[in-house]
Ligand binder design. Sequence first.
Ligand code: ZN
Length: 123
Amino acid sequence: MSLSSKKRPGTSVDATLQRLEQQHRALLREIDDIGLVLRGTIGARRMRCGKPTCRCKADPPLLHGPYYLWTRKVAGKTVTVRLTAEQAARCQQWTRNMRRLDRLVKKLQGLGLRAANAVARSA
Ligand SMILES: [Zn+2]
């Protein structure tokens, strides 16, 4: 086996980094399409009230609502905000955007990890 048939380590790392950089750029373009982002979840809940003779205590119960709630953590505590159906629909799209952004950021971090490993392994 001749020496010239061996890949030079430096060249191989550069090629890997170039490929990772391209994937990184593609992910950034996807992020560019994402609209407003919002942490938390939007949920609809039906509830019972305090009135003992209310229809929500009947059998079968007719619960109140739905009530739309935006729930999120603030400094470790759950914070809940009541929303109208229209507000909930709007905010729900933003929470979907948040999850998409989180997924893309995870992918970016994965590329960075592969790049660092490629550099660390290179001579
Ligand atoms: Zn009730």
